[in-house]
Ligand binder design. Sequence first.
Ligand code: NAP
Ligand code: MG
Length: 453
Amino acid sequence: MLEVLNPATEEVVERLEPATEADADAAVARAKRAFPAWRDIKPSDRSRLLRRLAEALDAERESLAQLESRNTGKPIGDARDEMGMVVETFHYYAGAPERLLGDTIPVAGGVDVTFREPLGVVGLIVPWNFPLTIASWKMAPALAAGNTLVLKPAELTPLTALEFERIAREAGIPEGVVNVLVGPGSKVGKRLVEHPDVAKVAFTGSTEVGRGIMASAAGTIKRVTLELGGKSANVVFADADLEKAAASAPVAVFGNAGQDCCARSRILVQRGVFDEFLSLMEPAVTSMRVGDPLDEATDMGPLISADHRENVASYVPDGAPVAIRGEAPEGSGFWFPPTVLAPLSNDDRAAAEEIFGPVVAVIPFEDEGDAVRLANDTVYGLSGSIWTQNGARALRVARRIETGVLSINSNTSVRVGTPFGGMKQSGFGRELGPHALDYYTEVKNVYLATEEG
Ligand code: NAP
Ligand code: MG
C-alpha cells in the first residue's frame, strides 16, 4: 500500500493501491482508443469542453487548494494562487483548438499547406513540488491540440491529480482522454517512457531522472521534453534598488521551502554593497513565519519528506558559514529553517548543486563581466534575475545569461501566456504561452499539384 503523508504532521492522509506496469499498459490502451474521436471532435466542441473543465476546476478551487496544501505542506495562500493558475491555464488553452493554424507556402507548380496534427497518446510525468500546477501546464496544451494523455504524478503527491481525473470526467471530457496513474516512477513511469504506443513524454523532475528518460526514449524514437533542475542566479548590481532586491531575495529562494526549480539559490552581489545587502536581507529572513501550512499567516511550510530534509541538511554541515538563519518548528513535520550561507565561492558544493531546500548561497562579484561569468558557471540554465537601475546594462546582461527565463527587477518566472523552460542541463522544450502547443503537435506538409497536363 502507498501511504500518502502530510509532511507538516507526518500523518497518513490517504492509502492507495499503487499501479503496476500492467495498469500502465491498460491506461495507454484506453488513451489510444479514445484518441481518434478526441482528435476529430469539432474544434469548437473541444474548446467548449476545456472551458467547461476550467469552470469545474474553478468551482472546486478551494478544496483542491486545501488538499494540495495538506499533501505538500505548502502554505495555503500559495496553494490558492497555484489553483488559480491551474484554472487560468485551462481557460488559456481552451482558446487554442480553433487557432491551431497552419501555413500556406509559395511553391512552384502547386499549392503547399501545413497542418498541425496531434501526436496521439502523450505520457506526462510530474514532480511533487507543484503537483497539479505543473501537470496543468502539460495537460491543457496537450488536450487542446487533440492528444489523449496518461498523467503520472509523483507518488509523494498524487491526491490532486486523482481529483483532477474525477473533475474532468464530471465536466464531460470523454472516457479515456484523461488517465491518471499513481505508481512508482521506476516502474510505471519507466513503462510509459518505453511504451511503443506513447508518442511523447513530457517530463518535469530532476536532471538525473531526465537523463535516464532521454536515453530510454531512444528505443522508440519517442518525442521528449524535459523540464529539469536549476541553480538560478539572482544578480544584484551596486546600482540596484538594494532595499527592494534584498526584501524580495528571500521569497525568491525560500518560497515553497526552496523546493522550486526556479529558486534563485545563488545570490550574486557586487562586492561594494555585499555587506549592506546582507544586512538589508536579514529582517526579511528572520521574520519569515515557518509553520502550519493551513495558517494564513505562514510564509513557509516543511520539506516534502524526511529523506529530502536529510539531503538538504547535508549542505549545511557543522562549521558552514551561516550568515543568517530563520526559525523552524520542532517536533513532527519535516521542518528546516531558512538558511543564508555567506560569503561563498561559486565552486562550493552549496553554490554548485541544486539543493531544492531553503538554503541560499551568497557570492560576491567584481564587475559586469564577472557577474555574467559566475551566473553562467553552472550546468543549469533555467531562470534568474537581474537587479540594476541601468536599463541598458539590464538588457546587455540578460542577453548574455544562459537561461530560458529571466526577470529584471523582479523575481517572477512563470506566467500562463509566456514560454517557460530551460537551457543547458535544465532541459529543453517550452511550456505555457503559445509555444507549448508546438511540443504537442507535429507539422505535416501537404503539396497539391495544380498545373494542368
Ligand atoms: P524526480 O525524482 O526526477 O521525479 C519526477 C517524476 O519522475 C516523479 O513522478 C517520479 O516518480 C518520476 N520518475 C522517477 N524515476 C523515473 C523513471 N526511471 N522513469 C520515469 N519516471 C520516473 O524529481 P522530484 O524529486 O519529484 O522533483 C524534484 C526535481 O524536479 C528537482 O530537480 C527540480 O528542479 C525539478 N523540477 C523542475 C521543474 C522545471 O520546470 N524545470 C519544475 C519543478 C521541479 P516517483 O517519485 O513517484 O517515483
Ligand atoms: Mg525524486
